[in-house]
Write a new protein. Structure first.
Length: 115
């Protein structure tokens, strides 16, 4: 399938099934904003195999990113995490994206620690 944009915003998604995006090798933009996603609802390697220009996870209920394991084996240029419940933002969270990440937005969270 040559799908380049998948917009799932504004739903009530609380969980992403592991492998939900398998086979979408052409996907470049994934919009998951304005859902009910939590850290527990995003499995490790959730975006495995994807090469995204843009990933929108803003306006969800994400309070942590489990050491960045959700980004393992993926290439993402821009990540938006605005309006979540992140209390700690750790640079190692995005280590898996160190070659590709060019834009990161984490506005309007509960961040008290940036390390």
């Amino acid at each position: 399938m040559s799908l380049e944009l998948l917009d799932l915003s504004g739903n009530a998604i609380g969980t992403l099934e592991l492998g939900a995006f398998d086979g979408l090798r052409s996907l470049r933009r994934l919009f998951l904003h304005y859902n009910r996603l939590t850290a527990l609802g995003i499995p490790a390697s959730a975006f495995r195999g994807l090469s995204l220009a843009e990933l929108r996870l803003d306006s969800n209920r994400i309070d942590n990113l489990a050491g960045g394991s959700v980004f393992v084996d993926s290439e993402i240029v821009s990540v938006n995490l605005d309006g979540n419940e992140l209390s700690r933002i750790n640079a190692t969270t995005f280590r898996a994206l160190q070659r590709t990440l060019r834009s990161l937005s984490v506005c309007n969270n509960r961040a008290q620690v940036f390390s």
